[in-house]
Design a protein around this ligand. Sequence first.
Ligand SMILES: [Ca+2]
Length: 115
Amino acid sequence: MTSATLRAVLTIELDGDGLHELVRTTDSDGLEVIDRKGRRLADLGAGGQVAMAAKLLDLPGEQLLVAYPDGTLHVWADASAKESDAALARYRHPLYRANRRLFGTGYNLNVLGGL
Ligand SMILES: [Ca+2]
C-alpha cells in the first residue's frame, strides 16, 4: 500500500488558448500552475489560497485572486495571454456568466473551471 498526498487542484484558463491549466498546492505549502502535461508554468509562492479563479479583469485570459498568510492579495494573470475563439465562447456562455455573478458563495471555483 502506498500513501498519497491530497492536493487541492483547480482549473484555470490563464493564457486564453482554450485549454485549461491547473493550479495546485505543492508538498512544501507552495502554490503552482502547471499545464495539462504536468509542466510547471508558474510559482505563486508559499501559503497562498485561491479565492477566485475566473475572468476577473478586463484582460485576456482568466486570472487568479490569491490570499496569502500575511494578508496580502495578489491577482495573477498571464501577461502574454491571447483569447482564442474557444475562450471567448466560454466567457459568453450563460452558465459562466451566471456563476461570475455568484462569486460571494465560493462554490463556483470548480464550476467555472469545468466549463
Ligand atoms: Ca490555457
